[in-house]
Design a protein around this ligand. Structure first.
Ligand code: S3P
Length: 446
């Protein structure tokens, strides 16, 4: 993990994907991004040495590791996807000599802000062009309620300027206005430093990796229905963690195997935390052939091998309660919907507008460019069955938009030129190699 920040503009890469074909084989996907960020944060704040395996070596989680290294934490690569982290305890972080750079990672920035707001030093956190457009008001508001000193620009966008916590943070109860695991986690992380009980209520369930992983580090977190609380000023104890494969990455393979003809793919060791499996539920409602095998647990998270075979999908009205549980998978779900029989309607997904790109606008534009009858709405999309023709697609520098359109080529009549695919590396290093191993043909040009 060299400390050279990746601030330079990345070289632009376009990918030409051949039309049609089938995919077959047994593969594994890289480690879960949400768990990878959290593993570095908690191991850094724990007392003792933690060993993390299955860590995602994508740019997003590496930036979180670099951030903690810059605050004096010893983090070493002990294997290709393993880290050895010598925790400094809740109060052992040192002031970084430079701004902290989080690259493309909204999760990294929002979670680390909760920690930095509690420190006895000032800090500044910045990100790339995409992250610099993302709303931070949602974390600034609760952190200020906790007496944190934190400012963004006048539109609530990064960089974040975070002041020393002075007399310390105040415990609060916070009713989350949006179903966001990042905001929930930011408040709980700040709550680790506050005296007394910090709690949140969620309007709908969101991923609970923070709660599970804190417990793995020996920290008590109480969850009652939609109410989550912890008492501040305790201690995290180092532990060894195994991070499961990322279901958000597996989702591209699940859709790919479902829509391509004569396909049969098994993805081994994927996290199936019930707060993340919305994509499996939605695809099954559409008629997908998905089997979970060898269910087991990897530390605090449930894991399974997922076998997916080709199936004729049917359009559905996606139940709104599944939307937060599949929020990152909706772009690739739109690809599945394009070749389903009947109309698919997604509603209640307005959060997609503030992800790495405006994913409703980016997907509608790309789908229309490749011949799909897709209409963007304020909070989702309406997609009618279509013949995918192929064509040129802009990804708006968004990794998940890029991977979604690569997958769409499996059912198109002509090739697909997907622009700016370099950001795929933020969450799914090895994506092209893995898809080629399964049978796709892709050519990358820079
Ligand atoms: C994440 C939460 C989600 C998700 C993001 C990762 C996390 O964001 O979209 O990719 O690790 O907590 P929101 O909490 O903003 O919905």
């Amino acid at each position: 993990m060299n400390k050279n920040n990746q601030r330079n503009m990345q070289t632009s890469i376009d990918t030409q994907v051949e039309a049609g074909g089938s995919i077959n084989g047994v593969v594994a996907v890289p480690g879960d991004k949400s768990c990878s960020h959290r593993s570095v944060i908690f191991a850094s704040l724990a007392e003792g040495e933690s060993n993390i395996s299955g860590f995602l070596t994508g740019e997003d989680s590496l930036n979180t590791a670099r951030a903690f290294q810059s605050m004096g934490v010893s983090i070493e690569r002990s294997g290709e996807t393993s880290l050895k982290i010598k925790g400094v305890g809740l109060h052992g972080l040192q002031q970084p000599s430079n701004d902290i750079y989080m690259g493309n990672a909204g999760t990294g920035m929002r979670l680390i802000a909760g920690i930095l707001a509690a420190q006895q030093f000032d800090s500044t956190v910045s990100g790339d062009e995409s992250l610099s457009r993302r709303p931070m008001g949602r974390i600034i508001k609760p952190l200020k309620m906790m007496s944190g000193s934190i400012e963004a620009d006048d539109q609530g966008r990064p960089p974040l300027k975070i002041g020393s916590a002075g007399n310390g943070l105040t415990a609060i109860h916070y009713d989350l206005p949006v179903a966001s695991a990042q905001v929930k986690s930011c408040v709980l992380l700040a709550g680790l430093y506050a005296q007394g009980i910090t709690s949140v209520t969620e309007p709908a369930p969101t991923r609970d990796h923070t709660e599970r992983m804190l417990r793995s580090f020996g920290y008590e977190v109480i969850t009652r229905d939609n109410h989550i609380s912890l008492e501040g000023q305790g201690t995290l104890k180092a532990c060894d963690l195994e991070i499961p494969g990322d279901i958000s990455s597996a989702a591209f393979l699940m859709v790919a195997a479902s829509i391509a003809n004569d396909s049969d793919v098994t993805i081994e060791g994927v996290g199936i935390n019930p707060t993340r499996t919305g994509i499996i539920d939605i695809l099954r409602l559409m008629g997908a052939d998905i089997e979970l095998k060898n269910e087991r647990s990897a530390g605090d998270e449930p894991v399974a091998d997922i076998r997916v075979k080709s199936a004729q999908l049917t359009g559905i009205d996606v139940p709104e309660h599944l939307v937060p549980l599949a929020i990152d998978e909706l772009p690739v779900l739109f690809i599945a919907a394009s070749v389903a029989e009947g109309t698919t309607r997604v509603t209640g997904a307005e959060e997609l507008r503030v992800k790495e790109s405006d994913r409703i606008a980016a997907m509608a534009e790309g789908l229309q460019n490749i011949g799909v009858d897709a209409t963007a709405t304020d909070d989702g999309m309406i997609i009618n069955p279509s013949e995918i023709t192929g064509g040129v697609v802009e990804t708006h520098f968004d990794h998940r938009i890029a991977m979604s359109f690569c997958v769409a080529a499996l059912r198109s009549s002509g090739p697909m030129l997907v622009k700016d695919t370099q950001h795929i590396h933020t969450s799914f290093p090895g994506f092209f190699t893995l898809m080629e191993k399964l049978g796709m043909t892709m050519t990358t040009t820079s």
